[in-house]
Design a protein around this ligand. Structure first.
Ligand code: NHW
Length: 398
């Protein structure tokens, strides 16, 4: 008789060797919180890169070079994450990749590529950026690892573990021993399990391209009416964030994120980098009191289109992703409704949000629908007991 195998029983030949929470220890709260392995002296960190299969070579990708950035862009555009039904594939723009990877204090050496020796074609990539992460009351210097990608023709050859080990080595060389990452696949062992929610902005297109379906008793005209939004925002004093707002937004976000168990600590330079609006990359709005000129709220969303893989009429799904926000006086659902209105004005087709931070308090009211599949959050070489609820997490990775 067919029995569905328990994912927790699955073997992980690579991950079993790594300093991460192991499935066999899941729920064992007697293990101490904190680093799983102690740092080794830098002189004992392996000095040479890991071995690759002989046809391939390592390359450090200078994302400041338009040419190299274009190569990474093309690799990801054709080979990065797809949905379970292979209908859509993330299409991070070049401007986005430069924003995501050249953040304050970044190391070029953590932007790791693999080329075919003979042709020099870029066939794999992995990256890290540094971040100060607060875990409970400890601030730990970590890497955020993202954009792991192996060309479709080179899959299932155990290249990913070598890439992960190589980026780990390069991170260790900077005396950093912890990392945070997310994935749609279940690995040992999530810090939390979160879910995507989607707010339809353009029902006709989402249905035409198969992103959503008309449910029972739902017609196209009813759907259009259901998702209709006001043409202008409702919160007085709402405006785009500007350079002069950086210190106030930094303070606001610091206070807001202090409520979560795991969250980044962002200094003014990082706030400027991550939140100051960049066209087609990041949008940030705030509320300035018209009386005191105090900044009392802000929200932000990033632009991440997806390629639509098999559609005659549409090639790109324009998606906005909820990023960081903070609210003090205005109810969060009102603020987020204004975010939806702005996203609609900017011609996004859908507004996506995870159920992390306080998002669960507005998702249903604002007509977000729950997506399929999970986004798992992980820490490398840091144990936390027990697993967190998504609402205890103040971290959004790109
Ligand atoms: S998640 C997005 C990952 N990318 C994609 O899904 C793109 C499309 N897929 C691919 O390109 C965001 C390939 O399928 C990839 C795997 C490259 C994913 N994370 O080479 P093999 C991130 O970028 C394990 C971690 O044969 P492949 C975060 C898998 O469990 N591990 O597979 C990245 C197995 O190990 P196991 C993953 O399909 C975080 C092994 O890889 C994984 O040809 C990275 C199989 O390797 C994933 N998403 O290539 C970790 N997917 O033990 C950073 C598969 O189970 C850790 N695997 O046998 C921290 C490092 C820094 C520490 C610093 C102190």
């Amino acid at each position: 008789k067919f029995q569905k195998s328990n994912p927790l029983d699955q073997q992980h030949k690579f991950w079993e060797t790594q300093p991460v929470g192991q499935f066999k220890d899941f729920g064992n709260s007697s293990l101490p919180e904190g680093p799983i392995e102690q740092p080794t002296p830098l002189s004992e960190v392996k000095q040479e890169p890991y071995n690759l299969p002989s046809l391939y070579e390592w390359t450090t990708c200078d994302m400041g070079s338009d040419e190299v950035c274009h190569e990474v862009y093309v690799l990801l555009t054709n080979n990065y994450v797809e949905d379970d039904d292979n209908m859509f594939r993330f299409n991070y723009s070049k401007e986005f990749l430069q924003w995501a990877l050249r953040s304050p204090g970044y190391f070029s050496s953590w932007h790791v590529g693999v080329r075919v020796k003979a042709s020099k074609k870029l066939v794999a990539f992995i990256s890290g950026i540094p971040v100060n992460m607060r875990v409970r009351d400890q601030v730990v210097k970590m890497a955020e690892v993202n954009f792991l990608c192996v060309h479709k023709k080179l899959r299932s050859k155990r290249l990913a573990p070598v890439m992960i080990k190589e980026v780990t080595r390069r991170i260790h060389l900077e005396n950093i021993w912890q990392a945070a990452y997310t994935a749609g696949v279940l690995l040992p062992t999530p810090l939390t399990t979160s879910q995507y929610w989607h707010r339809t902005l353009n029902p006709k297109k989402l249905i035409d391209v198969g992103f959503s379906k008309l449910g029972d008793r739902m017609t196209m005209s009813r759907a259009i009416k259901l998702y209709k939004l006001p043409t202008s925002t409702s919160t007085p004093g709402l405006r785009k964030m500007e350079l002069r707002d950086v210190p106030a937004v930094a303070e606001l976000l610091k206070n807001y994120l202090s409520r979560f168990i795991v969250a980044p600590e962002l200094n003014n330079e990082e706030i400027e980098h991550w939140l100051l609006p960049r066209e087609n990359v990041i949008d940030s709005y705030l509320v300035e009191s018209q009386v005191t000129h105090e900044i009392t709220e802000f929200f932000s969303f990033y632009t991440l289109p997806s390629s639509i893989l098999h559609n005659q009429e549409h090639s790109t799904l324009k998606a906005a992703y909820n990023f960081y926000y903070a609210s003090t006086n205005t109810p969060l659902h009102q603020l987020m409704n204004d975010a939806l209105i702005i996203a609609k004005q900017k011609d996004f087709d859908v507004f996506n949000a995870l159920d992390v931070m306080d998002n669960a308090t507005f998702l249903k009211d604002l007509k977000f629908g729950q997506g399929d599949g999970q986004l798992y959050y992980y820490l490398y070489n840091y144990r936390l007991n027990p697993a967190l609820k998504p609402s205890e997490l103040g971290l959004v990775l790109l």
